[in-house]
Every structure is written in structure tokens, then in C-alpha cells.
Design a protein around this ligand. Structure first.
Ligand SMILES: NC(=O)c1ccc[n+]([C@@H]2O[C@H](COP(=O)([O-])OP(=O)(O)OC[C@H]3O[C@@H](n4cnc5c(N)ncnc54)[C@H](OP(=O)(O)O)[C@@H]3O)[C@@H](O)[C@H]2O)c1
Length: 228
């Protein structure tokens, strides 16, 4: 495998974010980031070359890379953020080394019938929030739970960077690392949302599919009602 062109170049003017997964969620995040002036490196199970046509349609302007390159430019240029947007059943195909040292935004959810990795099944059986298990698995990344509870339709429709924060769609953020939380909240503001901290990573439970925040059109006060 040779490095894709995106991984070799860097633009000093624009920040770069990596997105693991180029499906419904990944491409919606990518479109919103691009519109906000953030460059995007993105990958799927396909080679960068094979992904090009798909991206021309769903996220034009993004740079396809190999999965192992997903954090290269965001580490170099900043802000060192990778968004995890692949089905949880595929998580064992992601080498934790690829995202080592990054702020890893866990945008994933657990769905019935998915054949989950054993470590994730075990955590769920113990009633642990999935982001805690993901943080344990990707031990060298600083995991922040965000963007999982808003649908890709709403990401496209409701990201409104020109509106005052109080009039924007509110989105929850859970993290144990304050600096990582701050970086992600800054990115979400830039994308056009009103990010609201709900507390530690364990509080990410309220953002999961059976929780009170999931897929609801929220404002700041709605989220704060549930925050710890
Ligand atoms: N859909 C939403 O509205 C939404 C919103 C927020 C969060 N989420 C969450 O985001 C996750 C993905 O959902 P989705 O709806 O975007 O799924 P999707 O449309 O099926 O897309 C999944 C993407 O992940 C890629 N992928 C799978 N395994 C991979 C690997 N090992 N390395 C790199 N890429 C890999 C797939 O690649 P190929 O294209 O090559 O198969 C595909 O591009 C889920 O956990 C979901 O709950 C979804």
C-alpha cells in the first residue's frame, strides 16, 4: 500500500478532521465540516481509489485515504480529531494504533442483531455505557461521545453556523478528558450546533438509542435537564 495523496499533503490554513466510515453518518459529518471550512480525510472498507466515485456524489471535496492513514493529517495539521462512524460490529477491524493520540469522537450506536465484538458484548452485559468500552479498547485515544444521537438527515438540515447558539440544534457531549471535550465542542460550534456537556463519559448513556436524548430535536435546556 502506498500513501494516498491526501496523507502526504497538508494545508496550513484549514484544519483537518479524519472520519472513519463513509456511509450515511460519515458523509453527513463530512459535508457539514467542509461547509464549515474544515478539510476531511475519510475512509471506508474500500481503497481510496474505489471510494472516489462515492465521495464525488455524497461528500465532494473530501479526501479518501486508507483506514490506517485516517489520523495522519489531522495529527500534523490539527486539531487531532477522528470521528468514529462505522457500525459497532466492525470495530475489531480498526487497529487502535491508527487513532493513537487522537481525540476520538465516538458517534456509534448499538443496534439489535449486530454481531458485536466480544469486548463490547461483555461491557454491555455489565450495563456499561458503550463509549466506556470503546474508550477502554482504544486506550491511547481520548474518547468523546458526540454526534451519535442526531440523524444524518438532521446533521444536514440543522447545522446552522450563521444562527446564534441559542437558536441552533443542541447536541450532547460526554467526556472524561476536559481538553478533548473542549476541542470537540469547538468543532461542533463551528459545524453549526449548540454543544452541551452532559458530564463524564459514563453520562453518554443518556445519548444511546434507548436514552432520552436520542433522535430528538433538542435545545440546550432540554439536554441540561438530563445532564449530571
Ligand atoms: N445513519 C445515521 O443517521 C447515524 C447518525 C449518527 C450516528 N450513526 C452511527 O454511525 C455508525 C455508522 O452508521 P451509518 O448509518 O453511517 O452506517 P452505513 O451507512 O452502513 O455506513 C457505514 C460505513 O462504515 C464503513 N466501514 C465499515 N467497516 C469499516 C472499517 N473497518 N474501516 C473503515 N470503514 C468501515 C463502511 O464502508 P463501505 O462503504 O466500504 O462498506 C461504510 O462507509 C453506526 O454506529 C450508527 O449508529 C448513524
Amino acid at each position: 500500500m502506498s500513501e494516498s495523496p491526501a496523507a502526504e499533503s497538508s494545508s496550513p490554513e484549514r484544519p483537518v478532521v479524519g472520519i472513519l466510515g463513509a456511509g450515511r453518518a460519515g458523509t453527513a459529518f463530512a459535508r457539514t465540516l467542509l461547509a464549515a471550512g474544515v478539510d476531511v480525510d475519510i475512509c471506508s472498507t474500500r481503497s481510496p481509489r474505489a471510494l472516489q466515485h462515492h465521495l464525488k456524489i455524497y461528500a465532494p471535496g473530501t479526501a479518501p485515504v486508507w483506514p490506517e492513514e485516517i489520523a495522519v493529517r489531522t495529527r500534523q495539521v490539527g486539531p487531532g480529531i477522528v470521528i468514529l462512524a462505522i457500525p459497532q460490529e466492525e470495530l475489531d477491524d480498526v487497529d487502535p494504533q491508527w487513532v493513537s493520540g487522537t481525540v476520538l469522537v465516538d458517534a456509534t450506536n448499538t443496534w439489535q442483531d449486530e454481531l458485536l465484538p466480544g469486548w463490547l458484548e461483555a461491557a454491555i452485559a455489565e450495563q456499561l455505557p458503550t463509549s466506556m468500552a470503546i474508550a477502554g479498547h482504544f486506550g491511547r485515544a481520548r474518547v468523546v461521545k458526540a454526534l451519535n444521537h442526531i440523524s444524518h438527515h438532521d446533521v444536514d438540515k440543522e447545522a446552522q453556523p450563521d444562527m446564534p447558539l441559542s437558536q441552533r440544534r443542541a447536541v450532547a457531549v460526554a467526556a472524561d478528558d476536559e481538553e478533548a471535550r473542549g476541542l470537540v465542542m469547538g468543532l461542533l460550534v463551528r459545524m453549526g450546533f449548540d454543544p452541551v456537556s452532559v458530564g463524564a463519559l459514563a453520562a453518554g448513556r443518556i445519548m444511546e438509542p434507548d436514552g432520552p436524548l436520542f433522535n430528538r430535536p433538542l435545545r440546550r435546556d432540554d439536554i441540561l435537564r438530563y445532564a449530571r
